[in-house]
Design a protein around this ligand. Structure first.
Ligand SMILES: C[S@@+](CC[C@H](N)C(=O)[O-])C[C@H]1O[C@@H](n2cnc3c(N)ncnc32)[C@H](O)[C@@H]1O
Length: 310
């Protein structure tokens, strides 16, 4: 389950809003911005920061039909949204490939592949002889995603290079031990938020990975983006790289490294509303924050990418 948390960046102790995503389980509202109004210092700091944000967005450029400001992809209008996500995942795929580097590999397993958001740009960047095994449990709020994956792979003409099937990462059926060279995932580990869940998946990953095999997992950071912005999305629950280091080490992995994917998407008002609704925000939440959403939009957190070897 993915949880998102929008907070005032200078005041981690006073989170303003809490949104739990997914269809079934929505819990909202710890404190509103109005509840924080007594914290004048923080509110003033916010307004100063908000001004900086607007200024930095003004310095943006148009690239490939999309507005980009530094490492920020700007999805200002509805028509920008799908292009912005495609661009985001393409850059993310490039970073995965860069981290894989010169390793020799024939078989990659992607766990929690979802609708293929990463799978497809990754396949386009990998040598043709590489086979991808894409697994996803495709249930709960993600029910039906494996069907979307099959359609998207066909549309992209990539279906022959992928073996995709529904499977829980904690019990991977039909894959022999030590038969996979590389395991990747993006935004999967946050869906395994308790130690025993994560450990079961890691035990499976260790089993199917060949000795010397490589594993890399990307996840939105639990801290709001470092750049100042008055209204940010905070990812929760999220394993920190330190926590992942301990638990992966305990389960036999070594040679850890952490890198960061510091690209983000800035969603303008309309797109911010759409994204927040997808993540489970209620009408009440959106009404209450309408003014700040109009003024600031929202922004994705950065990603940390934890890699290690068997
Ligand atoms: C937040 S989505 C991320 C999808 C995609 N990887 C991306 O980067 O956009 C999490 C995905 O992990 C899948 N997932 C969650 N728990 C899983 C589990 N135990 N085993 C396999 N897949 C799982 C969900 O079905 C969903 O498709």
């Amino acid at each position: 389950m993915l949880l998102l948390w929008a907070s005032l960046p200078l005041d981690r102790e006073v989170p303003s809003l809490r949104i739990k995503t997914g269809v079934s389980d929505i819990s909202i509202q710890i404190l509103s911005r109005a509840d924080c109004a007594s914290q004048d210092k923080h509110m003033q700091a916010d307004f100063r920061i908000a001004k900086n944000v607007s200024q930095s967005l003004k310095r943006s450029l148009k690239t490939g039909g999309l507005e980009v400001s530094g490492r920020k992809i700007i999805a200002r209008n509805r028509s920008d949204l799908s292009k912005a996500w495609a661009r985001y995942y393409d850059l993310l795929a490039a970073q995965f490939v860069e981290r894989i580097g010169r390793r020799r590999f024939r078989v990659i397993l992607e766990a929690g592949c979802g609708k293929g958001q990463l799978t497809i740009p990754l396949l386009r960047r990998l040598p043709r002889e590489v086979k991808v095994i894409a697994i996803d449990s495709s249930k709960g709020p993600y029910a039906g995603w494996s069907k979307v994956l099959s359609q998207e792979l066909r549309r992209a003409g990539l279906e022959k290079r992928v073996r995709s099937f529904r499977s829980d990462a904690r019990r991977i059926r039909g894959i022999e031990s030590e038969s996979v060279d590389i395991i990747v995932s993006n935004e999967l580990l946050c869906d395994l938020p308790y130690d025993p869940q994560l450990e079961k998946a890691l035990i499976e990953f260790y089993r199917i990975l060949r000795p010397g095999g490589f594993m890399i997992h990307g996840e939105w950071s639990s801290s709001p983006a470092a750049e100042p912005q008055a209204f940010l999305v905070k990812h929760w629950p999220s394993w920190t790289p330190d926590q992942l280091f301990s638990i992966m080490r305990k389960n036999g992995f070594h040679n850890f490294q952490v890198t960061y994917f510091d690209t983000t998407i800035h969603f303008g008002y309309e797109n911010a509303l759409k994204e927040l609704q997808t993540w489970g925000a209620t009408k009440r939440f959106l009404r209450r924050n309408d003014a700040v959403l109009k003024r600031e939009g929202i922004e994705l957190p950065y990603e940390h990418m934890v890699e290690c070897e068997k």
